[in-house]
Design a protein around this ligand. Structure first.
Ligand SMILES: [Zn+2]
Length: 276
């Protein structure tokens, strides 16, 4: 239940791109590996009357073209549908620095960037010589964040931290060395934006990690940490699952690609029963 003296926030998922994939590319091991299992790309906005916090900054059209993703719109343009102009964004939580989470920094001139110390260490350190670990980073994005350090625009966090009352950072690691999830107090209780601590519902539900992974043990332990932090499993929002767009009520027009995560999930559509 919401705690009375903590502020409540609205939380929105803003979809900006997608790609078709096969199941086999989304799990370390799985069945039906060649079945289609598309991936969505999101940024998230947390706000109330006083605070406005963007979680992740997405990629731009050039990156979409380079990596063959279907680009719906700039994630920063998507914020305009919520009445947010780029210059109004003064707080950005970067869950990690992968290309699909940490681009577009140049479009947010007033933003302070909240990053885990371990993520910066990882993205600029010895493991980046391995293609299997560096291929999801774009070095120019990492350099933009590094420039932000020199300009005193980066706030480093070392482990779990409270950003503001009702907005908390959870160091998970696993997918990368310094991945952080975000715990937000809403009127339906604590919602947890898992980001890539769980790409899909199925990763955490089946304890079956996504194959881009720095530390499998931390990733598995991370699923438990997400569960402990959230009001219920229905309060955990995976980072890339198209199901999110179906489970939550649309904000504004149905086809805008924005859903309200502070609202209760929609009733599940009845399972298709197989009649012989
Ligand atoms: Zn991602």
């Amino acid at each position: 239940m919401p705690i009375d003296d903590l502020p409540c926030y609205e939380v929105f998922a803003v979809r900006y791109a997608w790609v078709d994939k096969q199941r086999g590319t989304n799990f370390v091991t799985c069945d039906h590996y060649d079945r289609s299992m598309p991936m969505d790309y999101f940024v998230w906005l947390i706000r109330n009357g006083e605070k406005l916090i963007l979680v992740d900054t997405g990629f731009n059209e050039a990156a979409a073209h380079q990596r063959k993703r279907n680009f719906l719109r700039s994630p920063i343009d998507g914020l305009a549908l919520l009445g947010v102009r780029p210059e109004q964004v003064t707080e950005v939580i970067l869950t990690h620095l992968h290309y699909d989470h940490a681009g577009n920094i140049d479009l947010l001139p007033n933003a302070r960037l909240h990053v885990q110390e371990k993520e910066m260490q990882y993205a600029t350190g010895k493991y980046m010589k391995y293609h299997a670990l560096c291929h999801a980073y774009t070095v120019e994005d990492v350099i933009d964040v590094l420039k932000g350090v020199y300009d005193d625009r980066v706030a480093f966090h070392d482990g779990d931290d409270t950003l503001y009352p009702g907005v908390e950072l959870l160091l998970i690691g696993g997918h990368t060395m310094g991945l952080q999830a975000v715990r937000v107090h809403t009127r339906r209780g604590w919602v947890v934006l898992a980001s890539d601590a769980s790409h899909y519902y199925e990763n955490m539900d089946q304890q079956s990690p996504f194959p881009i992974v720095f530390n499998v043990g931390d990733m598995l332990a991370g699923y438990e940490k997400l569960r402990r932090a959230a009001e219920s499993t229905a309060h955990i929002v995976p980072g890339h699952d198209p199901e999110v767009m179906k489970r939550y009520p649309a904000w504004g027009a149905q086809d805008q690609g924005i859903v309200a995560l502070h609202e209760n999930p929609l009733p599940a559509s009845p399972e298709k029963t197989h009649t012989p």
